[in-house]
Ligand binder design. Structure first.
Ligand SMILES: Cc1cc2nc3c(=O)[nH]c(=O)nc-3n(C[C@H](O)[C@H](O)[C@H](O)COP(=O)(O)OP(=O)(O)OC[C@H]3O[C@@H](n4cnc5c(N)ncnc54)[C@H](O)[C@@H]3O)c2cc1C
Length: 541
């Protein structure tokens, strides 16, 4: 890390999945200077790097923004917990490492909406560019990138039983969700390198952090984009809790990579957004842009959890703590193998419940332990068991991010507005039914003792609906709040430039017009790869 001067060509806000890619690609040109501001600390904690450490990071207050939604009107008034990464690597430093991309049709739809160059063929080139796949390069996978994608090293035998159960229900096997189709069931590929998490900081930032033209400042929370005459000129940030505020100037562009919650919040704090969202907080309106914070979409997720009688699953028993865990530690540090390399969600699948060959509408994550409330351990101590999480990939409900106040320390108000559309509840009911059907198929039944959730008393649609409202949670894929497009409610154009403000782009999951049908880290990485090419090309004109 270098550079004392406070003027750079590019200032990147947010060292998460997208920000790390931009920092790498833009600083590859030694004639340019790049500054990356990250609100969280450096990614020093071993839990970040040990794949199973996700359990410990879920409720961390140091490496996690620890967000909660506002009470959800259609979910019994519940506030849902939303972890988001707050460290170098962002959410890729605390996520479950499943590597999927969504369907080709998801991207082709973005292009159909009028976003030139965002169709599947264009995006596939960026997926391939970023990736280094353990099985080598082919039509779908990259071999030269630094985002290392591996076959999982720890696969509990129950995963194979789960996949066989899905096949017994008539679904196909899929050995590679990143290949020709995502349909079917199989083991997830994971963002890992030799059994270690490969966050986007590991892939893109750490290998180049020595570059003299790249400055990385951690514990630096941007509080405002500096704008002069509708041109972004720099960023104001707060250094640590007691460091006061500082300004950093951008000769060329300011690039917002704060993620789907923070990027719209920062735009609004900077006076860009809907007048009635900004002025009531005493913030001067700089540019009216009604779509900022709107169009929030997420994958809502519901679980079927069974108690297991054959004791193959992970249980936090005395035996596990005294014998298995020390062995696992040894295996991990000596060979990069064993239980600690588990990403928890080791297998899963994608289906189209209405037989659309081009696009899945449900995703499954199978977990060979009892997983409730984002890693709550209580039932894992009491029982052996396994969990099937099922999410709705294309919800119709739309939510929003708004300001709580003009104070950047205050979390934005997050309202995903889950289940506002009746179609979404019906889909979740269907998800529980399909999940139960797979969990009751013969290969898994030999392990089945009883259903923990929803529970045998939940036996008709009304009861399943009530269960969904009571227990559904996020599977951590919020997007869409700085939507790309050319209509009145779009926030960025198809080169990711903020409408109405020059020298300012948003590059992160918030620009997705519609949520892709899969996990969102690889798509966000590909978005950033494409953005880097556009930024470089636009500078040359
Ligand atoms: C628990 C969890 C599990 C997940 N599991 C998977 C999975 O298995 N597979 C998958 O593909 N995806 C998964 N995801 C989703 C995926 O990680 C995200 O979609 C992706 O990381 C989003 O990237 P981003 O760049 O938009 O935001 P982020 O990666 O969240 O990065 C935003 C960064 O900006 C920083 N920041 C924010 N505001 C400011 C500010 N004002 N000033 C300075 N810095 C700021 C943040 O601290 C953060 O580092 C998961 C996410 C979570 C939280």
């Amino acid at each position: 890390m270098a550079g004392d001067e406070q003027t750079y060509d590019y200032v990147i806000v947010g060292g998460g999945s997208a920000g790390c890619v931009l920092a790498n690609r833009l600083s590859a040109d030694p004639t340019l200077t790049v500054c990356l501001l990250e609100a969280g600390p450096a990614d020093w904690n071993p839990l970040i790097h040990i794949p199973i450490g996700i359990i410990g990071l879920m409720w961390s207050r140091m490496f996690n923004w620890y967000y909660w939604t506002v009470p959800q009107q259609h979910m019994n008034g519940r506030r849902l917990y939303w972890p988001r990464g707050k460290t170098l690597g962002g959410s890729s430093a605390i996520n479950a490492q499943c590597y999927t991309r969504g369907a080709a049709a998801d991207y082709d739809y973005w292009e159909e909406l009028g976003n030139r160059g965002w169709g599947y063929r264009d995006m596939l080139a960026y997926f391939r560019k970023s990736e280094s796949f353990e099985d080598g390069e082919d039509e779908f996978h990259g071999g030269q990138g630094s985002y290392t994608v591996s076959r999982g090293r720890c696969n509990n035998p129950l995963n194979e039983k789960f996949i066989e159960a899905a096949v017994a229900c008539g679904y196909q096997r899929n050995a590679d969700f990143g290949g020709a189709t995502d349909h079917g069931f199989g083991l997830y590929n994971v963002a890992q390198n030799n059994g270690r998490r490969c966050s986007n900081a590991d892939a893109f930032l750490h290998p180049v952090v020595h570059r003299n033209n790249l400055t990385v400042i951690t514990r630096a929370q941007a509080t405002r984009v500096l704008i002069n005459d509708k041109q972004a000129t720099g960023v104001r940030y707060r250094k640590g809790w007691f460091g006061g505020t500082r300004d950093v100037q951008a000769r060329r562009e300011v690039l917002l990579c704060g993620g789907a919650i923070n990027s719209p919040q920062l735009l609004m704090l900077s006076g860009i957004g809907a007048r009635n969202e900004i002025e009531p907080h005493g913030i001067k309106l700089v540019h009216e842009l009604n779509g900022v914070g709107r169009n929030l979409q997420d994958h809502l997720d519901i679980s079927v959890i069974d108690i297991e009688k054959t004791r193959l699953s992970l249980r936090l028993s005395a035996r596990f703590i005294l014998i298995d865990a020390p062995v696992a530690l040894y295996q991990y540090y000596r060979y990069g193998q064993g239980q600690l390399t588990s990403n928890i969600a080791e297998s899963g699948g994608f289906i189209s419940s209405d037989n659309n060959p081009r696009q899945s509408d449900m995703q499954f994550h199978f977990i060979a332990t009892i997983e409730q409330d984002h890693g709550n351990m209580w039932n894992t101590i009491k029982h052996h068991g396994y969990t099937l999480r099922i999410c709705d990939l294309h919800p119709a409900s739309r939510g929003r991010i708004t300001l709580k106040s003009a104070n950047p320390r205050d979390h934005a108000l997050i309202d995903p507005n889950y289940l506002a559309e009746p179609r979404d509840l019906a889909q979740m009911v269907q998800a529980v039914k399909i999940g139960r059907q797979i969990m009751r198929a013969e290969p898994l039944m030999e392990h089945f003792e009883r259903e923990l959730e929803p529970g045998s008393h939940v036996d008709d649609d009304a009861a399943i609906e009530a269960y969904v409202r009571k227990r559904a949670e996020t599977i951590y894929h919020p997007v869409g709040t700085c939507r790309m497009g050319s209509d009145d409610m779009a926030v960025v154009d198809d080169r990711l430039r903020v409408h109405g403000i020059t020298h300012l782009r948003v590059v992160d999951a918030s620009i997705m017009p519609t949520v892709v049908g899969g996990n969102t880290n690889a798509p966000t990485t590909a978005i950033a790869e494409k953005a880097a090419d556009m930024i470089i090309a636009d500078a040359a004109v």
